[in-house]
Design a protein around this ligand. Sequence first.
Ligand code: GDP
Ligand code: MG
Length: 162
Amino acid sequence: MIPVIALVGRPNVGKSTLFNRLTRTRDALVADFPGLTRDRKYGKAMLGEHEFIVIDTGGIDGTEEGVETKMAEQSLAAIEEADVVLFMVDGRVGLTPADQEIAQHIRTREKTSFLVVNKVDGMDPDTAASDFWQLGMDNMYQIAAAHGRGVSTLINRALMPF
Ligand code: GDP
Ligand code: MG
């Protein structure tokens, strides 16, 4: 069984940047994954010895009607399909109400999840993280998806049980 990692989070936190970084060496979109919809993108990825599938919940551009609802639906669907959830937030912007809503969804699920504070390049990682402790998630990792910082540490940890 190939583990499935879902990237969830509000728009603009860096999900697609991380998806592209994880899948670029393979260039393999998965077309026959159950539950495939145009709002979620599936890719095969490889990190060291680990092969996995990554889901980008990327179909929302933030301008369509009912964005909040649609984002929540997509996140929920991806969470259901995943073995591990990477909940991404923006370390530059800090905590937002949309982050809190998504955190609430994740809390209601019995899924292994990691809080991923992205965009910590050029920032003190502890400062970037400080806003997010109140979400009450134990597993917090700081990364810079655009530069790769912290990414392999995170993925290795996320895939440890598999
Ligand atoms: P998504 O909407 O969650 O898929 O976010 P994107 O991957 O499209 O990224 C949104 C913006 O954040 C883009 O302008 C990215 O270049 C930028 N971004 C993503 N990761 C990083 C990062 O690690 N550091 C910085 N400084 N910017 C980033
Ligand atoms: Mg995206």
